[in-house]
Design a protein around this ligand. Structure first.
Ligand code: HEC
Ligand SMILES: [Cu+2]
Length: 363
């Protein structure tokens, strides 16, 4: 009851919109009430003593009290127990945030992977399928009219509030954010979800959440990262599943041709380069140097193939169907790629040294 009264004070706490919010808030409320209790007790007693033991006459002498063992034990042991209890409570809530099982449930289940890129000074959000929404082309989508919300209105409202980034997730579905930074340390925080994690160059920070209430929330950068740090605010829309599906469909516009090879290269660097070199040296798998178009490419079973689109496609989708000579024992893991990603990768594999779309330099 008291908790509710306190939480009703305007803006003291943001809405509770994720599965983590309750635990964080109960810890926070417990600590707040302990503080209030001791504040009242200490300041109250102090005021009372000030009045009661005020010097009554000029020659009154302060009695010399050295200590009181009983009181000292009480005021040491009680706070220790309280603080340990706060630690335990907070730790249990924190451990849940770090443990995917707590979000996904024992039997695993589906989740959504989003990629978050912090940079001075905005956030880029990359959705499954490789479509990135950044501050420049926020919500540039087809079929806008199909939505129950208006992307255009959201953006114009966002602009007024210095919003530079937009994220959309479905309600009640676990979401995993893989986050990294292009430059300095940022920190990704969603107050309504009670989540926050530092985002650091060359590191991949993971955070999970499950939103529980549809609505419009904000995310911010919580690490002072430069002059426009305050502009790293984004709108986070939590929507019903069918609305999310519509949104993903609307995002499903292929990259312009001049960006496809570069997207393929990025996929290569992220997912394939550990096992495939471009310079002819074998790694876990064969090098891609001179691979495309090769005639009579030898397989472990003695057969040969001509390397064309179909062979590459099969090698990626069903890696163990045909194995290149010399790599019979090595296993290529199945790659989860969609059609668009496959076509970008294909362009890169065909011409790993050079983007065929770039015009020859006239020197
Ligand atoms: C863990 C290591 C590993 C990763 C990661 C990996 N591969 Fe492979 N790949 C292999 C191995 C081993 C082979 C050869 C055996 C086979 O075909 O299964 C191979 C073969 C291939 C071939 C056929 C090459 C040839 O000379 O016949 C293609 C094409 C290929 N991989 C594409 C990819 C793509 C695209 C990715 C990234 C999306 C990728 N691989 C990621 C290990 C890997
Ligand atoms: Cu920042």
């Amino acid at each position: 009851m008291l908790n509710n009264t306190l939480a009703m004070l305007p803006e003291l706490l943001p809405p509770e919109a994720s599965t983590f919010a309750k635990d964080t808030d109960s810890t926070f409320m417990f600590i707040t009430w302990v503080c209030i209790f001791f504040f009242v007790l200490i300041v109250g007693l102090m005021t009372y003593f000030v009045v009661k033991y005020k010097r009554k006459s000029e020659d009154e002498v302060t009695p010399n009290i050295s200590h009181n063992l009983f009181l000292e034990i009480i005021w040491s042991v009680v706070p220790i127990i309280l603080v340990l209890f706060m630690f335990y409570w907070g730790y249990v809530a924190y451990a849940k945030m770090m443990d995917p099982v707590a979000v996904l449930g024992e039997d695993g289940g589906e989740h959504i992977d989003l990629y978050v890129n912090g940079k001075q000074w905005s956030w880029d959000i990359t959705y499954p399928g490789g479509f990135t929404i950044n501050s420049k082309d926020s919500l540039k989508m087809k079929n806008e009219e199909e939505f129950t919300w208006s992307p255009k209105e959201l953006i114009s409202e966002g602009k007024e509030n210095n919003i530079t980034s937009y994220m959309t997730v479905p309600v009640n579905v676990p979401v995993r954010l893989s986050m990294t930074s292009n430059d300095v340390i940022h920190s990704f925080a969603v107050p309504a979800f009670r989540i926050k994690k530092d985002v650091i160059l060359n590191r991949n920070a993971i955070i999970w959440f499950k939103a529980t209430k549809p609505g419009l929330y904000i995310y911010t950068c919580n690490e002072m990262c430069g002059i426009d740090h305050g502009h790293m605010i984004g709108y986070l829309r939590v929507v019903e599943q069918d609305e999310y599906d519509k949104f993903m469909k609307a995002l499903d516009v292929p990259l312009p041709p001049e960006k496809q090879w570069a997207a393929g290269k990025k996929l290569y660097l992220n997912s394939c380069s550990a096992c495939h070199s471009l310079d002819g040296s074998p790694r876990v798998g064969p090098s891609w140097k001179g691979l495309y178009g090769k005639k009579g490419h030898k397989m472990v079973d003695g057969s040969t193939v001509d390397v064309d689109d179909d062979y590459i496609r099969e090698s990626i989708l069903n890696p163990n169907a045909k194995k290149a000579e010399g790599f019979g024992a090595a296993v290529m893991p199945i790659q989860k790629l969609n059609e668009k990603q496959l076509s970008y990768l294909m362009q890169f594999i065909k011409s790993p040294d050079k983007d065929p779309n770039t015009k020859p330099e006239n020197k």
